[in-house]
Design a protein around this ligand. Structure first.
Ligand code: SAM
Length: 249
């Protein structure tokens, strides 16, 4: 997968995305992540890429032209127009389903805004999709882009050792992951659940599935509305909820 980041702070992204698992995938040429400084596409003496907003008001707005030129440069050899993601607090809120969907693309362009944002006309010209990482406002799109790229990139085949590494994780199948334990077997008097030491694969799977459902019910019950459960599991959840309600009466 190729990923282009259009930003005023390429080093911010680079320093994070060149580390650890994503960095290794770049070295192994599974991911091709490129960083383009929008400022390099300014065509004025002081490399300015922002100006004050028409109509007045606080702050500065990133100008359309340098962004457009940067986009044309990174796509000049592309056979088709890639999906362009503009990180924005006004966008669709990013989640695992969107990560899964984006991970199947061959080429993505991420546009990071700064200051008061970006001239609307370039967003229209590039037909951007807006993605938010939550209902709060950051100073720039870089941190949001890193979060989205990290979540997308680890789903690209070959980035993690096997599909199992992410397909059992929280939210991939609509449920939260079961609790995890490692050595030592006893910590501050607390023992690892016995079933995990049994070596009985089927029992371990069953326990993990139950724990997953229980955790989701406890921490994020709304997720169960969309999760893929068997009929028996639905009945079990219903009985648990009934028990819980009866507890209050
Ligand atoms: N004036 C803009 C508004 O009210 O919608 C906010 C601009 S914000 C200070 C600067 C940049 O940070 C935005 O252009 C966007 O790229 C990024 N940003 C801020 N919050 C974000 C969020 N929750 N998710 C994704 N990007 C965000």
């Amino acid at each position: 997968m190729r990923i282009d980041c259009l930003t005023l702070f390429p080093q911010m992204l680079q320093s994070v995305l060149e580390e650890s698992i994503i960095g290794r995938a770049v070295k192994n040429e599974i991911l091709d992540i490129r960083y383009t400084n929008i400022r390099d596409f300014a065509e004025n003496k002081h490399n300015r890429i922002d100006d004050s907003p028409y109509g007045g008001g606080m702050g500065m707005v990133m100008q359309a032209e340098p962004i457009y030129r940067a986009f044309c440069e990174v796509t000049k050899d592309a056979s088709a127009k890639p999906r362009v993601i503009y990180l924005s607090p006004q966008g669709r809120v990013f989640n695992q389903a969107i990560a899964k969907e984006l991970s199947t693309e061959e080429h993505l362009v991420f546009l990071c805004g700064h200051y008061e944002g970006v001239d609307e006309r370039v967003l229209e010209a590039l037909e951007v999709e807006e993605l938010s990482i939550g209902d709060y406002v950051l100073t720039g799109g870089e941190i949001a882009a890193m979060a989205v790229i990290d979540a997308v990139a680890r789903l690209v085949p070959g980035v993690l050792p096997s599909e199992e590494a992410y397909s059992e994780e929280s939210l991939y199948n609509g449920l939260l992951e079961y609790p995890q334990y490692t050595r030592p077997p006893v910590f501050m008097g607390k023992e690892v659940p016995e079933v995990l030491l049994s070596g009985h694969h089927e029992k371990i799977e069953k326990w993990r599935r139950e724990q997953s459902i229980l955790r989701t019910l406890k921490k994020r019950p709304e997720l169960l509305l969309e999760a893929e459960l068997t009929e028996a599991e639905y009945d079990w959840v219903e009985s648990l909820m009934k028990e819980d309600n009866d507890g209050f009466n």
